[in-house]
Design a binder for this molecule. Structure first.
Ligand SMILES: Nc1ncnc2c1ncn2[C@@H]1O[C@H](COP(=O)(O)OP(=O)(O)O)[C@@H](O)[C@H]1O
Ligand SMILES: [Mg+2]
Length: 319
Protein backbone atom coordinates (compact mmCIF):
# COMPACT_ATOMS: atom_id res chain seq x y z
CA UNK A 1 0.00 0.00 0.00
CA UNK A 2 2.86 2.35 0.76
CA UNK A 3 4.79 4.05 -1.99
CA UNK A 4 8.26 2.70 -2.29
CA UNK A 5 9.36 4.60 -5.32
CA UNK A 6 12.78 5.71 -4.29
CA UNK A 7 14.67 7.53 -6.93
CA UNK A 8 17.10 4.71 -7.53
CA UNK A 9 18.31 6.01 -10.87
CA UNK A 10 19.36 9.31 -9.41
CA UNK A 11 21.01 7.68 -6.45
CA UNK A 12 23.15 5.71 -8.85
CA UNK A 13 23.95 8.95 -10.64
CA UNK A 14 24.97 10.51 -7.37
CA UNK A 15 27.35 7.65 -6.64
CA UNK A 16 28.96 8.18 -10.04
CA UNK A 17 29.42 11.85 -9.35
CA UNK A 18 31.21 10.98 -6.14
CA UNK A 19 33.47 8.55 -7.98
CA UNK A 20 34.22 11.20 -10.55
CA UNK A 21 35.16 13.64 -7.81
CA UNK A 22 37.44 11.10 -6.17
CA UNK A 23 39.06 10.57 -9.59
CA UNK A 24 39.70 14.28 -9.98
CA UNK A 25 41.49 14.46 -6.68
CA UNK A 26 44.07 11.83 -7.59
CA UNK A 27 44.42 12.71 -11.29
CA UNK A 28 47.72 14.20 -12.32
CA UNK A 29 49.38 13.81 -8.91
CA UNK A 30 52.28 11.67 -10.20
CA UNK A 31 55.12 13.09 -8.14
CA UNK A 32 57.60 10.50 -6.82
CA UNK A 33 57.83 12.24 -3.50
CA UNK A 34 54.22 11.91 -2.62
CA UNK A 35 53.52 9.89 0.52
CA UNK A 36 52.12 6.38 0.56
CA UNK A 37 48.52 6.55 -0.56
CA UNK A 38 46.13 6.04 2.29
CA UNK A 39 42.67 4.70 1.71
CA UNK A 40 40.12 7.47 1.26
CA UNK A 41 37.75 7.70 4.18
CA UNK A 42 34.12 7.23 3.32
CA UNK A 43 32.81 10.61 2.25
CA UNK A 44 30.43 12.19 4.73
CA UNK A 45 26.91 11.64 3.52
CA UNK A 46 26.32 15.36 3.68
CA UNK A 47 28.95 18.08 3.98
CA UNK A 48 28.03 20.24 6.95
CA UNK A 49 28.28 23.31 4.72
CA UNK A 50 25.33 22.06 2.71
CA UNK A 51 22.95 22.47 5.58
CA UNK A 52 23.01 26.26 5.79
CA UNK A 53 21.42 28.44 8.46
CA UNK A 54 20.91 27.37 12.03
CA UNK A 55 19.41 24.35 13.75
CA UNK A 56 15.74 24.20 14.47
CA UNK A 57 15.97 24.58 18.22
CA UNK A 58 16.98 28.24 18.02
CA UNK A 59 14.19 30.80 18.29
CA UNK A 60 12.76 31.60 14.89
CA UNK A 61 10.35 34.25 13.77
CA UNK A 62 6.88 33.24 12.65
CA UNK A 63 5.45 32.50 10.19
CA UNK A 64 7.61 29.52 9.27
CA UNK A 65 7.28 27.40 6.16
CA UNK A 66 8.74 23.91 6.43
CA UNK A 67 8.99 21.32 3.69
CA UNK A 68 8.81 17.82 5.17
CA UNK A 69 10.90 15.94 2.67
CA UNK A 70 12.79 12.75 1.98
CA UNK A 71 12.83 11.19 -1.46
CA UNK A 72 12.33 7.76 0.05
CA UNK A 73 8.75 6.60 0.39
CA UNK A 74 7.38 5.23 3.63
CA UNK A 75 9.85 6.97 5.93
CA UNK A 76 7.33 8.95 7.96
CA UNK A 77 6.95 12.26 6.08
CA UNK A 78 3.17 12.28 6.10
CA UNK A 79 2.92 10.95 9.65
CA UNK A 80 5.24 13.74 10.75
CA UNK A 81 3.52 16.51 8.75
CA UNK A 82 0.08 15.49 10.06
CA UNK A 83 1.00 14.91 13.68
CA UNK A 84 3.52 17.69 14.11
CA UNK A 85 0.94 19.96 12.48
CA UNK A 86 -1.76 18.81 14.89
CA UNK A 87 0.51 19.28 17.91
CA UNK A 88 1.59 22.75 16.80
CA UNK A 89 -2.10 23.60 16.41
CA UNK A 90 -2.78 22.22 19.88
CA UNK A 91 -0.11 24.56 21.23
CA UNK A 92 -2.13 27.41 19.75
CA UNK A 93 -0.27 27.98 16.48
CA UNK A 94 -2.42 28.40 13.40
CA UNK A 95 -1.06 25.67 11.20
CA UNK A 96 -1.63 24.77 7.56
CA UNK A 97 -0.63 21.37 6.21
CA UNK A 98 -0.21 21.50 2.45
CA UNK A 99 -0.55 18.09 0.87
CA UNK A 100 1.85 17.97 -2.06
CA UNK A 101 1.72 14.22 -2.59
CA UNK A 102 -0.71 12.81 -5.19
CA UNK A 103 -1.32 9.94 -2.77
CA UNK A 104 -3.23 12.44 -0.64
CA UNK A 105 -2.31 10.66 2.58
CA UNK A 106 -2.03 13.85 4.61
CA UNK A 107 -5.51 14.87 3.44
CA UNK A 108 -7.15 11.55 4.31
CA UNK A 109 -5.13 11.35 7.52
CA UNK A 110 -6.78 14.62 8.54
CA UNK A 111 -10.24 13.32 7.79
CA UNK A 112 -10.90 14.52 4.25
CA UNK A 113 -12.54 12.40 1.59
CA UNK A 114 -10.25 13.25 -1.31
CA UNK A 115 -12.60 11.82 -3.90
CA UNK A 116 -15.14 14.45 -2.86
CA UNK A 117 -13.05 17.61 -2.43
CA UNK A 118 -13.93 20.31 -4.94
CA UNK A 119 -10.53 21.85 -5.54
CA UNK A 120 -7.07 20.65 -4.64
CA UNK A 121 -3.43 21.65 -4.78
CA UNK A 122 -3.49 20.59 -8.42
CA UNK A 123 -5.85 23.47 -9.19
CA UNK A 124 -3.69 25.83 -7.14
CA UNK A 125 -0.50 24.91 -8.96
CA UNK A 126 -1.86 24.49 -12.48
CA UNK A 127 -4.97 26.64 -12.70
CA UNK A 128 -4.14 29.59 -10.47
CA UNK A 129 -6.94 28.81 -8.01
CA UNK A 130 -6.17 30.80 -4.83
CA UNK A 131 -4.80 28.62 -2.05
CA UNK A 132 -7.38 29.96 0.39
CA UNK A 133 -10.13 28.52 -1.82
CA UNK A 134 -8.91 24.94 -1.35
CA UNK A 135 -8.07 25.09 2.37
CA UNK A 136 -10.31 22.94 4.55
CA UNK A 137 -10.67 22.80 8.32
CA UNK A 138 -9.94 19.72 10.39
CA UNK A 139 -11.13 18.17 13.63
CA UNK A 140 -8.31 19.98 15.44
CA UNK A 141 -8.76 23.65 16.23
CA UNK A 142 -6.17 25.86 14.46
CA UNK A 143 -5.28 23.06 12.05
CA UNK A 144 -6.05 23.41 8.34
CA UNK A 145 -5.26 21.33 5.29
CA UNK A 146 -4.84 22.07 1.61
CA UNK A 147 -5.73 18.73 0.05
CA UNK A 148 -4.30 16.73 -2.82
CA UNK A 149 -5.47 13.72 -4.74
CA UNK A 150 -4.32 11.75 -7.76
CA UNK A 151 -4.86 14.72 -10.08
CA UNK A 152 -1.63 16.07 -8.68
CA UNK A 153 0.26 13.18 -10.28
CA UNK A 154 -0.14 14.98 -13.60
CA UNK A 155 1.36 18.17 -12.22
CA UNK A 156 4.89 16.81 -12.28
CA UNK A 157 4.65 16.69 -16.09
CA UNK A 158 2.20 19.51 -16.71
CA UNK A 159 4.33 21.96 -14.76
CA UNK A 160 7.33 21.43 -17.03
CA UNK A 161 6.34 23.97 -19.70
CA UNK A 162 4.50 26.24 -17.24
CA UNK A 163 5.54 29.82 -16.59
CA UNK A 164 7.58 30.21 -13.36
CA UNK A 165 7.10 26.52 -12.78
CA UNK A 166 9.35 26.29 -9.72
CA UNK A 167 7.71 29.26 -8.01
CA UNK A 168 4.06 28.26 -8.29
CA UNK A 169 3.72 27.11 -4.70
CA UNK A 170 5.66 30.05 -3.26
CA UNK A 171 3.45 32.50 -5.14
CA UNK A 172 0.33 30.65 -3.96
CA UNK A 173 1.40 30.68 -0.30
CA UNK A 174 2.46 34.34 -0.19
CA UNK A 175 -1.05 35.87 0.00
CA UNK A 176 -2.14 33.56 2.86
CA UNK A 177 1.09 33.44 4.81
CA UNK A 178 -0.02 36.15 7.22
CA UNK A 179 -2.93 33.90 8.29
CA UNK A 180 -0.70 31.16 9.67
CA UNK A 181 2.10 30.61 12.15
CA UNK A 182 3.30 27.38 10.56
CA UNK A 183 2.93 25.98 7.07
CA UNK A 184 4.04 22.35 6.72
CA UNK A 185 4.40 20.99 3.20
CA UNK A 186 4.07 17.21 2.92
CA UNK A 187 6.32 16.36 -0.04
CA UNK A 188 6.00 13.40 -2.41
CA UNK A 189 8.67 10.66 -2.37
CA UNK A 190 10.75 12.09 -5.19
CA UNK A 191 12.93 15.10 -5.87
CA UNK A 192 10.91 16.22 -8.90
CA UNK A 193 9.19 19.52 -9.65
CA UNK A 194 6.66 19.24 -6.83
CA UNK A 195 9.42 18.92 -4.26
CA UNK A 196 11.36 21.72 -5.98
CA UNK A 197 8.24 23.87 -5.59
CA UNK A 198 8.17 22.98 -1.90
CA UNK A 199 11.87 23.85 -1.52
CA UNK A 200 11.35 27.15 -3.31
CA UNK A 201 8.39 28.06 -1.09
CA UNK A 202 9.94 26.97 2.22
CA UNK A 203 12.73 28.40 4.31
CA UNK A 204 13.29 25.17 6.18
CA UNK A 205 13.50 21.52 5.23
CA UNK A 206 12.59 18.97 7.88
CA UNK A 207 13.81 15.46 7.10
CA UNK A 208 12.27 12.45 8.80
CA UNK A 209 14.96 9.79 9.07
CA UNK A 210 13.87 6.23 9.57
CA UNK A 211 16.13 4.38 11.99
CA UNK A 212 17.19 1.67 9.56
CA UNK A 213 20.39 0.59 7.92
CA UNK A 214 20.15 2.63 4.69
CA UNK A 215 18.91 5.77 6.39
CA UNK A 216 21.97 7.86 5.61
CA UNK A 217 22.21 6.83 1.98
CA UNK A 218 19.52 9.07 0.55
CA UNK A 219 20.51 12.08 2.63
CA UNK A 220 23.45 13.03 0.44
CA UNK A 221 21.26 13.36 -2.61
CA UNK A 222 18.59 15.22 -0.68
CA UNK A 223 21.11 17.70 0.62
CA UNK A 224 22.63 18.15 -2.84
CA UNK A 225 19.20 19.10 -4.14
CA UNK A 226 18.62 21.50 -1.26
CA UNK A 227 21.97 23.06 -2.11
CA UNK A 228 21.02 23.39 -5.79
CA UNK A 229 17.72 25.04 -4.93
CA UNK A 230 19.46 27.34 -2.48
CA UNK A 231 21.91 28.47 -5.16
CA UNK A 232 19.42 29.00 -7.94
CA UNK A 233 15.94 29.54 -6.55
CA UNK A 234 15.80 30.21 -2.82
CA UNK A 235 18.79 31.57 -0.94
CA UNK A 236 17.15 31.24 2.45
CA UNK A 237 16.57 27.48 2.25
CA UNK A 238 18.23 25.29 4.85
CA UNK A 239 17.92 21.81 6.27
CA UNK A 240 16.96 22.90 9.74
CA UNK A 241 15.94 19.60 11.27
CA UNK A 242 16.32 15.87 11.00
CA UNK A 243 13.82 13.87 13.00
CA UNK A 244 14.54 10.28 13.94
CA UNK A 245 11.32 8.36 13.41
CA UNK A 246 10.08 4.78 13.76
CA UNK A 247 12.63 4.28 16.49
CA UNK A 248 12.52 0.83 18.00
CA UNK A 249 14.42 0.92 21.27
CA UNK A 250 14.59 -2.88 21.36
CA UNK A 251 17.02 -3.06 18.46
CA UNK A 252 20.70 -2.21 18.55
CA UNK A 253 20.44 -1.12 14.94
CA UNK A 254 18.08 1.74 15.73
CA UNK A 255 20.47 2.94 18.42
CA UNK A 256 23.44 2.68 16.05
CA UNK A 257 21.68 4.53 13.26
CA UNK A 258 20.57 7.24 15.68
CA UNK A 259 24.13 7.65 16.95
CA UNK A 260 25.50 7.81 13.41
CA UNK A 261 22.96 10.39 12.30
CA UNK A 262 23.73 12.50 15.37
CA UNK A 263 27.47 12.29 14.78
CA UNK A 264 27.04 13.53 11.19
CA UNK A 265 24.40 16.17 11.73
CA UNK A 266 24.95 17.24 15.32
CA UNK A 267 22.47 19.78 16.59
CA UNK A 268 20.38 19.58 13.40
CA UNK A 269 18.98 16.35 14.78
CA UNK A 270 15.96 16.93 16.97
CA UNK A 271 16.33 15.72 20.55
CA UNK A 272 12.85 14.26 20.33
CA UNK A 273 12.77 10.79 18.84
CA UNK A 274 9.53 9.36 17.46
CA UNK A 275 9.03 5.73 18.52
CA UNK A 276 7.64 3.02 16.28
CA UNK A 277 4.15 2.40 17.60
CA UNK A 278 1.14 0.69 16.10
CA UNK A 279 -1.17 3.48 17.25
CA UNK A 280 0.61 5.96 14.97
CA UNK A 281 0.00 3.70 11.98
CA UNK A 282 -3.63 3.10 12.92
CA UNK A 283 -4.67 6.72 13.35
CA UNK A 284 -4.75 7.69 9.63
CA UNK A 285 -7.36 5.08 8.77
CA UNK A 286 -9.65 6.85 11.24
CA UNK A 287 -8.88 10.20 9.62
CA UNK A 288 -7.40 11.50 12.85
CA UNK A 289 -4.05 12.77 14.03
CA UNK A 290 -2.65 10.80 16.94
CA UNK A 291 -3.60 13.41 19.56
CA UNK A 292 -7.27 12.92 18.68
CA UNK A 293 -7.06 9.17 18.12
CA UNK A 294 -5.17 8.25 21.27
CA UNK A 295 -4.21 11.33 23.18
CA UNK A 296 -2.05 9.69 25.83
CA UNK A 297 -0.26 7.19 23.56
CA UNK A 298 3.52 7.24 23.25
CA UNK A 299 3.23 8.55 19.70
CA UNK A 300 1.06 11.44 20.83
CA UNK A 301 3.48 12.35 23.60
CA UNK A 302 6.43 12.19 21.22
CA UNK A 303 4.86 14.43 18.58
CA UNK A 304 3.83 16.87 21.32
CA UNK A 305 7.46 17.01 22.45
CA UNK A 306 8.56 17.52 18.86
CA UNK A 307 6.12 20.40 18.45
CA UNK A 308 7.52 22.08 21.56
CA UNK A 309 11.06 21.55 20.35
CA UNK A 310 10.36 22.81 16.83
CA UNK A 311 8.42 25.88 17.95
CA UNK A 312 10.95 26.63 20.67
CA UNK A 313 8.14 28.27 22.62
CA UNK A 314 7.95 31.22 20.24
CA UNK A 315 4.72 33.05 21.14
CA UNK A 316 2.05 32.70 18.46
CA UNK A 317 1.29 35.87 16.60
CA UNK A 318 -1.66 37.91 17.66
CA UNK A 319 -4.09 38.83 14.94
N1 LIG B 1 6.42 6.08 14.24
C1 LIG B 1 5.72 5.20 13.54
N2 LIG B 1 5.37 4.02 14.09
C2 LIG B 1 4.68 3.11 13.38
N3 LIG B 1 4.27 3.27 12.12
C3 LIG B 1 4.60 4.43 11.52
C4 LIG B 1 5.33 5.45 12.19
N4 LIG B 1 5.49 6.49 11.34
C5 LIG B 1 4.90 6.12 10.19
N5 LIG B 1 4.36 4.90 10.28
C6 LIG B 1 3.65 4.16 9.25
O1 LIG B 1 4.59 3.87 8.22
C7 LIG B 1 4.00 4.04 6.95
C8 LIG B 1 4.77 5.11 6.17
O2 LIG B 1 4.65 6.35 6.85
P1 LIG B 1 4.30 7.69 6.06
O3 LIG B 1 4.25 8.77 7.07
O4 LIG B 1 3.10 7.50 5.20
O5 LIG B 1 5.60 7.82 5.18
P2 LIG B 1 5.88 8.74 3.87
O6 LIG B 1 4.94 9.89 3.91
O7 LIG B 1 7.32 9.14 4.03
O8 LIG B 1 5.66 7.87 2.69
C9 LIG B 1 2.55 4.40 7.20
O9 LIG B 1 1.78 3.24 7.14
C10 LIG B 1 2.56 4.97 8.59
O10 LIG B 1 1.33 4.80 9.25
MG1 LIG C 1 3.59 10.52 2.41
Amino acid sequence: MEPDDQDVGNQAGDAQAVDAQAGEVTEGSDSDTRPEPVPEPMPDPVPASNLGGTPISRGRALPRVLAVANQKGGVGKTTTAVNLGACLAELGYRTLVIDLDPQGNASTGLGLDISQVQATMYDVLLHDVPLEDVVEGSSVRNLFVAPANLHLAGAEIELVPAFSREHRLRLAIEPVLADYDFVLIDCPPSLGLLTVNAFTAATEVMVPVQCEFYALEGLRQLSTNVELVRKSLNQSLEISALVLVMYDARTNLAEQVAAEVRSHFGDRVCRTVIPRTVRLSEAPSFGQPIISFDSSSRGALAYRDLAKEVSGGTPERTR
